[in-house]
Design a protein around this ligand. Sequence first.
Ligand code: BGC
Length: 480
Amino acid sequence: MMLRRFSWLSLALACIGTLSGATCNTGGPNPFPPNERPILGNIDPTVFQKDFMWGASVSAHQCEGNDDHADWAHWISPVPTSAGVPAGQAADHYNRFAQDLDLLKAINLNTYRFSVSWARLYPHPDMAEPDPDAVAHYDAVLAACKARGIRPMLTLHHFVMPDWLTEQDRWGDGRAIDDFKKLTRFAADRWGKDVDYWITVNEPEVFAFHGWLRAVFPPGKTDFALALRVLANLMKAHAEAYHIIKESDTIDADGDGQASMVGIAHLVVPVVPYTPWNPFEQFVATAVGAFTNSFWFVADRTGIIDLRLPFGPELIEDFPLFRGTHDFIGINYYSRQIIRIDPLLGVVVDQYPNSVRSSLGIEVYPQGLYDSMQFMSQFGLPLLITENGIADSDDSLRPAYIKSHLAEISRFMRDRPDVSVKGYIHWALMDNFEWEHGFGPRFGLYAVDYATQQRTARPSALLFSEIIAAINAATSDAGN
Ligand code: BGC
């Protein structure tokens, strides 16, 4: 049984977003009408609009290789459970991006979510202009997307920073806000003609708490108050970036009538009590959920940065520039979190004994995606699934994982036609470097043999491709 001792600290440390009050699927009749395309199972194809984004994601440091000026390139997490290896050559995506985009296209995907390497673009402090070779590289990536009719979705900050920035801890004291503005201004000016979907920051709370509280990410600190300060600085950086992109990117690259759509990729995790009728467990789940799942988007409404946990330090600050700085909510969904109160251990994060789990021990819980979408819909913004995937090296779980999560999305879209759902981006296109866990966990639709860099489609990739084809066929039959 996977059991983690709970503390308020560990909550923030684990940085698992929480969502309380999630409903439980009690089974019952199949909510979908019988499907003529059996491969779809419970996926209702009629809810997906023709321009639905079907994609796969990568991030620069996890797959490009030789990202030598990145803080992660030299970082070995001191935490005992970590794999302790640098990314090195990773999946050599820097050199193989064109072939990898072919692979993406080959399985019927139309969207490629990727991040630029901040460290390649600005390897040294005080550079007025970014490195021309790095710029030329991302020019080529975007040209390759265009040539293949693939929509790029560009993430500006996916966990990794230039090493000089980390060494000076510029997120801690806020100087990184200006650094990020510089990166954003350049990217929006240069690539606005190619990119319409922008993700400023990936999972800001994971970045802040893993780096400044749990010490499993650079800079490896354990200072709760500083972690909150970093989070507030990320919120400020996001708001500044939002306005820069809206001002600079006025070109509608994909012809859908919108030049720029800007948001973040937010980790959303439903938090539920182990025993639904236990009021104490319910209380903890609710309190935790109130903070981590919603603080970012509450601030979008109020313009107030309000980082208050029931215990520990707190940070409250007016920041009106943050108000209204999201055109969509990017949901990264992997699983739920179950809170149990143990007579001996106190509050623990637990799992049910018979649950199905990934190779990282994470429960497979498709209904949590439906619950997450319901929860996030309260903010009245379009939703976009920016990540969803599973560590599963032999692909024994991924086919059912994909199918069941898509069924939950279609169930949500049927129940909530008032909410715009823009797309589903699977994590990941191919196996890659999984941070403190190294290369063990395999998240790819394509398997990578790191010795030869050979890519092989997993059965789940082919299934995903067939599902998309069946949905496309059904939507064109229906004239969606
Ligand atoms: C992160 C990815 C990571 C994935 C799988 C997400 O939280 O954005 O970088 O590889 O989870 O753990």
